[in-house]
Design a protein around this ligand. Structure first.
Ligand code: SF4
Length: 475
């Protein structure tokens, strides 16, 4: 499959408008945001609808292009045009002043205009709007750290593996390197060091973590690697590869966080899933090192009680668990690899061990019916995790789930699940109802009364968004 088909588009130019996946609504909803003029793009940048360095660079350049494209007649001289351009470039940069790539994208457009200052205004406009091959001339596929470092060190692009680059009128794909080994992961500087210097941690909250928190990764890939809907194992580190940092290196990073970043109150291990053996090794090493920092991780619903009890002793707070569906046929079709009974037992064990669970349930799987999703809602209520989400499935190109939905004709024109037995509108309505049935119960309200700080006060912002979403706002 071609690279272009495997990577979903993040931001693009279509019919003279900038469109983007609204990242502020992911993973719940994969809506496309259509931006009105450059002001619309600036608004999208400010509201975090577009994130990530490469997308921000493109957004900035497209914002300038949108300004040029919609220009009113008043900019009829070079003097007025360049004065207007300066203002717009400045305004775009100020939408997120710390984003280096954003400034780079806007500056690139500015420089392109000045480099062609001697041409007519129409020619300059045409140059700036014809962006298709001008903004991005290189991209890196897969694991990016070493290719970026090699480019920055001045290595010729032809020798940098994982690089896709423009050459003349064509696109050249360099060979792809093997996945990073544990030693290579250990050699990458701590991400916490970077986040601490570049990111204002007080701006990022997540309900499952103590605030402020820090994300780190102890390994890359997933040792299970079969779920048909999983974006990561089908487009990034594919299959069952799980390369891990040495435990000593991870412990050293936790020590660094404890010592240098005392404001950080918990750490989320972002490994795609934290398997038993790794969780045991990590917990034992953390206990032995006397590190008290609380932490959380992603887990499959088949961890053993013994390991979870050890994790609790090592300061684990929360497990993020993908339950997906209560329908055994659906679980089989998506190659979940764990049964409803095993996940139910796991949940009891996790609670016995004293761990909180954030349960991930989803709707829109191939062949799913309203009746089977009803079962999922009832199961979620019986399991009673600490928090739960009911996600609308997003079929990402490159995944077997997407291929199956496409072949069966079960995707609507927006690429969302839409099946004869379970139309898209009904999927959306039932996901909303799932939230109401899970959260608006006497049992949950009682928990809120018993723990007003944890359940209500730290979640006021989330609740302000959740209430309209549960009732009247369309997702
Ligand atoms: S267990 Fe999680 S990370 Fe691994 S394949 Fe399944 S969804 Fe992906």
């Amino acid at each position: 499959m071609a690279i272009e088909d495997r990577i979903p588009r993040t931001i693009w130019w279509e019919d003279d408008k900038v469109r983007m996946i609204d990242q502020s609504r992911l993973p719940l909803v994969g809506d496309v945001l259509e931006c009105e003029g450059y002001e619309g793009v600036c608004l999208a940048i400010r509201s975090m609808a577009v994130r990530g360095a490469p997308a921000l660079g493109v957004a900035a350049a497209l914002a300038v292009a949108a300004w040029v494209n919609n220009q009113s007649a008043e900019y009829d001289s070079h003097e007025l045009f360049f004065a207007g351009l300066e203002d717009v470039v400045q305004e775009v940069k100020e939408t997120r002043p710390t984003a280096v790539n954003l400034a780079w994208g806007a500056e690139r457009m500015r420089r392109l205009a000045y480099a062609n200052e001697a041409r007519s205004l129409d020619e300059i406009r045409e140059l700036l709007v014809d962006l298709k091959a001008r903004v991005i001339t290189k991209l890196i596929v897969g694991q990016f750290e070493y290719p970026v470092a090699e480019l920055a060190a001045g290595q010729p692009p032809a020798e940098v593996r994982n690089l896709v680059r423009k050459e003349g009128a064509g696109i050249v794909r360099n060979p792809v390197r093997p996945y990073l080994t544990g030693e290579e992961l250990d050699a990458i500087p701590f991400v916490s060091r970077f986040l601490a210097s570049q990111v204002d941690l007080r701006r990022y909250k997540t309900p499952s973590e103590l605030f402020p928190y820090m994300d780190i990764l102890t390994g890359r890939g997933c040792c299970y690697g079969h779920c048909t809907y999983c974006l990561w194992v089908h487009t990034y580190v594919c299959g069952t590869s799980y390369s891990v940092r040495s435990i000593g290196n991870v412990i050293e990073e936790l020590r660094y966080i404890e010592r240098e970043l005392p404001q950080v109150r918990s750490v989320m291990l972002q490994d795609d899933t934290f398997p038993d053996a790794r969780a045991r090794e990590f917990s034992e090493a953390k206990l032995a090192a006397g590190i008290r920092l609380p932490w959380s991780c992603y887990a499959r619903g088949n961890m053993s009680y013994e390991v979870m009890a050890l994790m609790k002793r090592a300061g684990c707070l929360n497990l993020h668990v993908g339950y997906e569906s209560a329908d055994p046929e659906v679980l089989q079709r998506i190659k979940k690899g764990v049964t409803v009974e095993r996940m139910t037992q796991f949940t009891d064990d996790a609670k016995r061990a004293g761990l909180r669970i954030h349960g991930d349930f989803a709707v829109g799987f191939p062949g799913e019916t309203p009746e089977s999703f009803e079962k999922t809602i009832a199961w979620a209520k019986r399991l009673d995790p600490y928090t739960a989400q009911f996600q609308l499935m997003i079929p990402f190109p490159g995944t077997p789930y997407y291929n199956m939905m496409k072949e069966e004709g079960w995707l609507n024109e927006r690429g969302e699940p839409d099946m004869p037995q379970f139309p898209n509108e009904q999927i959306r309505a039932m996901a909303k109802r799932a939230y109401r049935r899970f959260y608006l119960t006497p049992r949950y309200l009682w928990k809120c009364l018993c723990h007003p700080y944890d359940r209500v006060l730290v979640r006021l912002k989330t609740m302000a968004r959740a209430v309209p979403a549960m009732f009247w706002r369309r997702w």
